[in-house]
Write a protein that binds this ligand. Structure first.
Ligand code: GDD
Ligand code: MN
Length: 387
């Protein structure tokens, strides 16, 4: 670890590296030349055991007492290449400053922009400041048309699908206040750390400043087809994140109603499954006796109801066989019980209380359906009733 680490930096600069031995020292020096003089800065290099020895190069540089970059440098050595976003996240967790800057280590992100980023955070009170290629005045230099198209396409998908307004949500060069990350859980998949931060910190004050991204002249890009796959995975996860806010709403009433809504939506889908399956078995496909076809329809719709309620309504992804079978048994039991309750209620209401059948039926269905939801919530999926 670094011997020139100073205590309590005001700004932490996170610099992930993978095979950047040809660039990293020059980048560290250049950062030193551009940093404002009045702030305590620590750089944190996060290296993934680069085969080209980047980790060692940085380590030697840190321990060489002759160097004078004018700020502290620290390095985290990780065991293996584990992705850019997760490297950034590790760097953030390791850092101490209130303001954090993230940048690449291949000179695509000019260090001379850092003071501008810090200035906006400090004096204009923005929470996140993005060095942007796509805002007025920004530019990309040295990229092939194909790479430009991919970048633009991915940016378009992210903006449309996730509702982000920034022109360059995929930038790898940005600064932000540490406090905006409080309480947020990150997936940190692939390359798009900023995108995840933007999606999960809705309400943060964001500013973009233009810069020119220049393609690296040394070493090679680590972006490959698996990075694109990671992009799709992370956008999908962020999309799900954005659309699951209902159930994670802090108000108990909202969560309860939203779960009940899901439960009855599943119930309605079950009716449809029941109807279609029964008809298929009764004539079109196998020509079963209609009573058998109806039994099969009931069994299959109960099963599909169970699976949908488990995954969607109660968000239980534990499919361990014993547990799941136990839940399935209870679910089928309570559904049958619901039918019995309905039957019993109708009988009592019509016979004992002389209520007309249509009204009795409505009352019985409501009571059976609510007890069905409550019983399954409490006993099958082990949730508190009012939650
Ligand atoms: N520790 C670590 N682990 N670092 C990594 C890893 C990893 O798995 N993958 C990449 N890096 C480092 C590289 O060493 C480099 O400093 C930086 O992350 C960016 O990687 P490049 O491979 O140079 O990416 P690029 O130039 O193609 O992509 C740029 O544009 C993207 C937007 O289009 C970067 O600026 C990205 O951050 C940006 O999202
Ligand atoms: Mn690069």
């Amino acid at each position: 670890m670094a011997n020139i680490k100073q205590s309590q930096a005001q700004v932490s600069v996170i610099i992930p590296t993978y095979n950047e031995s040809e660039n990293i020292i020059q980048v560290l020096k250049s950062i030193g030349e551009h940093l404002p003089k009045d702030v305590e800065v620590e750089a944190i290099v996060v290296d993934d055991n680069s085969p080209d020895g980047t980790g060692k190069v940085v380590e030697d540089y840190i321990t060489d007492t002759r160097n004078e970059v004018g700020y502290s440098i620290d390095i985290i050595h990780r065991g293996a290449k584990s992705g850019l976003s997760s490297a950034i996240l590790d760097g953030i967790q390791h850092s101490s400053a209130e303001t954090i800057v993230v940048m690449d280590s291949d000179f695509s992100h000019p260090p001379k922009i850092i003071p501008q980023l810090l200035e906006e955070i400090k004096t204009s009170d923005y929470d996140i400041v993005i060095a942007s290629r796509y805002t007025a005045g920004g530019e990309v230099s040295g990229w092939s048309t194909k790479r430009k198209l991919i970048s633009k396409g991915a940016t378009g998908i992210a903006k449309a699908g996730l509702g982000v307004n920034e022109s360059d949500p995929m930038s790898g060069f940005f600064a932000f206040k540490r406090k905006i990350l409080e309480g947020i859980k990150f997936d940190a998949i692939g390359y798009k750390m900023l995108l995840e931060i933007l999606v999960k910190t809705k309400g943060a004050k964001v500013k973009e400043i233009p810069y020119t991204f220049t393609d690296r002249t040394r070493g090679s890009s680590k972006l490959d087809s698996s990075t694109m796959f990671d992009f799709v995975t992370s956008v999908w996860k962020l999309y799900r994140y954005g659309h699951s806010t209902k159930v994670s709403d802090t108000r108990t009433s909202v969560r309860f109603i939203s779960k009940a809504g899901r439960f009855y939506t599943v119930g309605a889908s079950g009716l449809l499954v029941n109807y279609i399956v029964s008809l298929l078995f009764a004539d079109a496909v196998v020509n079963f006796w209609y009573i058998h076809a109806t039994i099969i329809g009931i069994a299959i719709s109960m099963t599909s109801n169970f699976i949908l309620n488990k995954i969607w309504t109660f968000e239980d992804r534990n499919f361990e066989a014993k547990k799941t079978l136990g839940q399935y048994g209870k679910f089928v039991g309570f559904s049958s019980l619901g039918a019995l309750i309905q039957l019993g209620m109708v009988y009592v209401l019509v016979d004992n209380y002389q209520i007309i059948y249509p009204l009795a039926l409505i009352i019985a269905v409501i009571i059976a359906a609510s007890s069905n939801f409550i019983l399954n919530k409490k006993w099958t999926f082990k949730e508190k009733v009012w939650s």
